[in-house]
Write a new protein. Sequence first.
Length: 206
Amino acid sequence: MGNEQTRGLLIVLSGPSGTGKGTVVRALLDKRADTVLSVSATTRAPREGEIDGVHYHFIDQKTFLRLIEENAFLEYAEYNGNFYGTPKAAAEAQLRAGRNVVLEIEVQGAGQVMNSGADILSIFLAVPSMEELERRLRGRGTEDEATIRSRLALAKEEMKQAFRYQYVVMNDVVEDAVMRIETIIKTENMRYPRMEKTIMEVIESC
Ligand code: ADP
Ligand code: 5GP
């Protein structure tokens, strides 16, 4: 016990592409110094303004397949023709240092983490309607028409997976969604295993 660090929370945040995961996570990280984002690896080409090592680790397919062989990913998935994966070692180091780690990932990968038996906090970020999702995807202006259409088709199936998550957060207004996620984090931190160290310190000080 003693100076042992309480592990951070592994937070799986998922939901259809365009629902606002990136936007909500950025706002959450601005508010919480104890929370970091896991930087994924992907075989997708960088979008304008995306920086290697910051937004993603951009790697080729051969390297991605080698990393799968080496068991270097906590989870990975093929999504819309590209591979995406969460590097295991970096997330583990942050958790051990007591920081919450957010995995902003699509639903197949989220399913893998949920089935792995790992101690996680799973949150599904929902969008108020499919029309609004289409507006957001188009408004972002980062995908061509064919990609928007295939992402919208996938979104309906992805919404059906919401029941697998511990929490569903509606992303109607960004600030409200962030506040809901903060409430969840605060509540999770009051579960006994996370309060045990504090309780023991009080007992030992008597
Ligand atoms: P994701 O990471 O889930 O693919 P993004 O964070 O890129 O989604 O958001 C998609 C688009 O929707 C962006 O243009 C973003 O500014 C916009 N957006 C995100 N959240 C909201 C919201 N609550 N209301 C309106 N627009 C939003
Ligand atoms: P995009 O191409 O828009 O950056 O990402 C496409 C989808 O892949 C998004 O839903 C995004 O959350 C998801 N994604 C990003 N990184 C990972 C990852 O490491 N693993 C999985 N499974 N999905 C990811």
